[in-house]
Structure formats: structure tokens, C-alpha cells
Design a protein. Structure first.
Length: 167
């Protein structure tokens, strides 16, 4: 294992685009520059001080296949998965998405609940209908007078299209 001393995004070797490149220091002060490989669709920026696991790859040198931050304890139980970010120094957990074993997705904790647009809109429209049908008795004799103007409510601008839920 080697300790990360610097992180950069640059073209490495003959590649067409930039990649995550980390500088590491192993035992006896041996410094190396390695390209950090990620699974498809996932990219992360390790922090200075993290440990890395590197392997030789043919004649092109070494690549880092994993990193570990021992300064921050992020524990999951069997079957859980967590995605998280840290402060730049790697000392503080900043954001997390925990995929729990019961199918629950907890985002930055579990003390609040999402409200879906359709259900909230239906409840508010029922409330507006009740308000519009509500009448007040008048001081004069005869039936109560209907409201003079009906209310409406449009919350369509509050609907998010980038976060979706089935729960």
C-alpha cells in the first residue's frame, strides 16, 4: 500500500482524455504517479492521506485499483451499500446515500421523508375544493351565500423531474 500525496486530472500516457492521476509515497519514500481506475459510471476523488492499492500493468507501469480513507469511519452492516462524500481533507463525512437491506434508501440520514408531487397535489386540491364549497351563514334570513370567488392552487412548478421515487 502507498499513501496518496496528490490528486490531479490530466492526460496520462497516450490516452485521448484526462484521468484521475494520484501521486503516492510508499515505504522508504518511494514516489509514484499512478492512474486511478474506477468501475464504469463511477468516479471519485480520494483525499490526500488516503491509502491506495496499486498493481503492475504490463510495461505501462502501475495503476491504482482501490483507495481507503482510514481517518473516517463509515460502517455498513452485511448487505448494505453506501455512497458518500467527504470534506476536502477527508476528515468529515459530508453527504451519504445508504441503500439499506430492507430496500430503504436513506439520503443524509433517515429522520425526514420525501413527499411525492402527485399525492401532495391531490391532498391540496381536495382542501381547495372544501374551502371553495364552504359557506358562512349571513345575519339576514335565508340560505347562506356562496363564496364570491373560488380559489385555486397550482404547485406544478414544485415538481422535481431529476429525483424520482417508488416509495
Amino acid at each position: 500500500m502507498a499513501r496518496i500525496t496528490n490528486i490531479d486530472y490530466k492526460i496520462k500516457g497516450t490516452n485521448d482524455g484526462k484521468s484521475s492521476v494520484i501521486k503516492t509515497e510508499a515505504g522508504a519514500g518511494q514516489e509514484r504517479e499512478t492512474e486511478l481506475y474506477h468501475p464504469p459510471g463511477i468516479s471519485s476523488g480520494p483525499t490526500v492521506g488516503d491509502e491506495s492499492v496499486t498493481v503492475n500493468v504490463g510495461s505501462s507501469g502501475r495503476i491504482a485499483i482501490a483507495t481507503q480513507n482510514y481517518r473516517l469511519e463509515v460502517e455498513v452492516t452485511a448487505g448494505q451499500t453506501i455512497i458518500y462524500s467527504t470534506s476536502v481533507d477527508g476528515e468529515t463525512l459530508k453527504g451519504e446515500i445508504l441503500l439499506d437491506t430492507d430496500g430503504t434508501i436513506n439520503m443524509n440520514g433517515d429522520d425526514k421523508r420525501f413527499v411525492t408531487h402527485a399525492e401532495l397535489d391531490a391532498a391540496l386540491q381536495t382542501f381547495i375544493t372544501a374551502l371553495n364549497l364552504h359557506t358562512h351563514p349571513t345575519a339576514a334570513t335565508g340560505p347562506p351565500s356562496p363564496p364570491t370567488a373560488s380559489m385555486s392552487l397550482d404547485i406544478s412548478a414544485a415538481e422535481t423531474t431529476t429525483i424520482k421515487t417508488g416509495g
